[in-house]
Design a protein around this ligand. Structure first.
Ligand SMILES: [Zn+2]
Length: 295
């Protein structure tokens, strides 16, 4: 075949493919399209979907700050094409609701995690540290995906159950830590890890200080002094530091804890590179276990 003929054949083939594509529903061509603000919610969505769809997570690197993220036109495009959009809510990823509101797809399903978890304004926004959140989201996704693509309902069920089984391992790990916590006090650099701490049975002794750090304001001299005393007098089981956000004050507290031999548990707000939600949580819970065993 000469070049020109080959070109025509290729063109006809392309036209045929486009025509065929038009007649089919979205699901059978490329599956359910999901956009998630946060990558760990996207992980749950992909686990349930399996090969029946694609997930785009906008915050997909620890170098992106979810609080202050500015969506790109590429993000807006993805959101406009999505069948399902997953947001955290509580003002954490407001940019996503804004983008989704401006795309006029009436077929789109918006899943707001704080609503699923019945958390309202003023509640701690770091919902993924509540071990009920990911299973609740996963179950919701099974239901939603099955409605959009009923032909693959059995697969969504099977995939979802397998993921839920893995998530259940985290609850077992946390129960082991709870046995050791015995209602002891801890101090935190920020309220990032608080849902997990509460579940373990720890009491956060420096909430006022932590709130100031999270809000980006300076803690008061009284709060700083109270925190130093908690460390120096060994009134806390350990100090939790969000290592993505170590300001001068936090560095000072971290150093003081090290000097006073008060264990430090390092956590992060967002998913570290090359981790999954499961491995990330496991490692942080392991760090708590290690802190508990410091004598
Ligand atoms: Zn935060």
């Amino acid at each position: 075949m000469n070049k020109k003929r080959l070109g025509i054949v290729a063109l006809l083939l392309m036209v045929a493919m486009v025509v065929a594509g038009c007649g089919q529903t979205k699901q059978t061509t490329k599956g359910i399209q999901v956009v998630s603000s946060l990558d760990f919610y996207g992980e749950a969505a992909q686990a349930v979907l399996g090969k029946h769809g694609q997930v785009t997570s906008i915050i997909n690197s620890p170098s992106l700050d979810p609080h202050s993220y500015e969506p790109t036109t590429q993000d807006a495009k993805k959101v406009a094409q999505a069948d399902v959009v997953i947001e955290n809510g509580l003002g954490y990823d407001q940019w996503l609701s804004k983008v989704a509101a401006s795309s006029d797809s009436n077929q789109q399903t918006m899943i707001t995690v704080n609503k699923l978890m019945k958390r309202t304004d003023g509640d701690n926004e770091h919902l993924w540290y509540d071990l009920e959140t990911m299973p609740t989201l996963t179950k919701q996704l099974i239901t939603r995906f099955s409605k959009i693509d009923p032909a693959h309902k059995a697969d969504f069920q099977k995939n979802g159950q397998a993921y839920l089984k893995k998530l259940a391992g985290l609850k077992t790990q946390l129960a082991g830590l709870k046995a050791q916590a015995k209602g002891q006090k801890v101090a935190v650099s920020e309220p990032v890890f608080d849902y997990a701490l509460k579940e373990m049975g720890y009491q956060v002794a420096n909430q006022h200080f932590a709130k100031a750090i999270e809000d980006g304001t300076d803690p008061s001299p009284q709060d700083i002094d109270a925190m130093r005393q908690l460390i120096k007098k060994h009134q806390i089981a350990f100090l939790v530091v969000n290592k993505q956000e170590e300001s001068r004050t936090i560095k000072e507290m971290h150093q003081l804890a090290t000097k006073e031999k008060v264990p430090v548990v390092q956590v992060t707000e967002t998913l570290p590179a090359k981790q999954t939600y499961l491995t990330w949580m496991q490692q942080q819970f392991d760090a708590v276990g290690k802190a508990q065993n410091v004598k």
